[in-house]
Write a protein that binds this ligand. Structure first.
Ligand code: SAH
Ligand code: SF4
Length: 349
């Protein structure tokens, strides 16, 4: 079985070539604009729906659902047909509705402070599996319109490059999302950043920097040994030159590791010429990393010190922390004790 979201409008036209042309348009519109599932396409004749049901079906089975922030944050664990699990988070704000999608089941990058990295890599997701996460969240958010997609769930989107770039294009073409509202977060796969810059998609790029000296960064982000800061910097410069867009640096503040005065100097030196925006993320707790996040007070001070140096900086909220849905907390075992007790606390299932 294939996900119905794998097919583009042209592919639906080809698949349904022996029907009047408007049928393909109806199916495509129902799936993408109305966010319906195939069996809900009541304008399509029953016989055709049954025929399609034999070939296409949703790839995501809800394994668990947890809510927090009075229902405005929802995290799902989905099981895929081969048994792999992924997580997706929906965040409803006053001015936007954002879904955080996974691009891989697990992650091979092994960042020490990240629950997904601690759990290891299972496999890449397919185009349909990523798109279905978006459409699932869009259906849940209705009647609010899903406006933003961030690739900040499980996995390294630029390690699954072909799928990520096609998904970005299709969210723009099929779902009509503004490319500016699509954010790719990467740990710093330098050649892939350069390639993405040349795709002609004005998406937003977030680079997970976390340290601006090679020694510390290599400890936190093993990929830094392959693409050290000088190489990453080149890629960031190419991004800015080619796209004309700013990028942002993500920085998870870890007590005594990357929240020192020296770190302020190194980060401002790295971000300044690039005119990059800095997003500070208070470190979220994960089971396999015992170092603490910086205190709230230090987070504020660190922000102020960067501001004094003229850096454009903000502090990311820790939405979803109580349900282990915040940045870096997505692991593929949600049925463990932690998941169950938190779900009970949130009072939903
Ligand atoms: N692989 C990509 C995208 C997924 S991770 C990347 O690394 O950028 C999404 C964001 O969560 C990244 O900025 C990552 O550095 C951050 N993150 C990972 N673990 C975290 C933790 N324990 N606390 C806060 N942020 C974390
Ligand atoms: Fe992978 Fe990103 Fe986690 Fe690093 S921070 S292990 S790249 S998901």
């Amino acid at each position: 079985m294939v996900s119905p979201y794998e097919l583009t409008l042209d592919e639906w036209r080809e698949r349904l070539a022996h029907y009047p042309r408007f049928r393909a348009d109806q199916v495509w519109r129902g799936l993408w604009q109305e966010g319906r599932e195939l069996h809900e396409l009541s304008s399509v004749p029953r016989a055709l729906r049954d025929e399609l049901a034999g070939e296409y079906s949703s790839q995501l089975v809800v394994e668990s659902r947890v809510e927090s922030d009075h229902g405005s944050t929802v995290k799902w664990a989905f099981r895929l047909p081969d048994g792999a699990s992924i997580e997706t988070v929906l965040m409803v704000y006053d001015d936007r509705v954002t879904v955080c999608v996974s691009s891989q089941a697990g992650c091979a990058m092994g960042c020490t402070f990240c629950a997904t990295g601690q759990a290891g890599f299972t496999r890449h997701l397919s185009e349909g599996e990523v798109l279905e996460q978006v459409m699932f969240a869009a259906r849940t958010a209705a009647p609010r319109r899903l406006s933003n997609v961030v690739f900040m769930g499980m996995g390294e989107p630029l390690a699954n490059y072909a799928v990520t770039s096609r998904v970005l294009r299709r969210l723009h073409d099929d779902r009509g999302l503004s490319a500016r509202h699509l954010t790719v977060s990467t740990v710093g796969v330098a050649p892939a950043i350069e390639r993405l810059a040349r795709e002609g998609l004005p998406v937003t790029l977030a680079v997970s920097l976390h340290a601006a000296n090679d020694e510390t960064r290599s400890q936190l982000v093993p990929l830094n040994r392959r693409y050290p800061l000088s190489r990453l910097r080149e890629a960031c410069e190419t991004w800015v030159e080619v796209t004309g867009r700013r990028l942002s640096f993500e920085w998870a503040l870890i007590d005594g590791v990357n929240d020192t005065d020296r770190a302020v100097d190194e980060l401002s030196a790295f971000a300044w010429d690039l005119r990059a925006h800095v997003n500070l993320i208070p470190l979220n707790p994960t089971p396999g990393y015992l170092v603490r996040g910086s205190s709230r007070e230090r987070v504020r001070e660190f922000r102020d010190q960067l501001r004094e140096r003229g850096i454009n900086v903000s502090v990311r909220d820790t939405r979803g922390r109580s349900i282990a849905a915040a940045c870096g907390q997505l692991a593929y075992v949600t049925e463990g004790r932690r998941g169950v007790s938190l779900r009970t606390r949130a009072g939903t299932s």
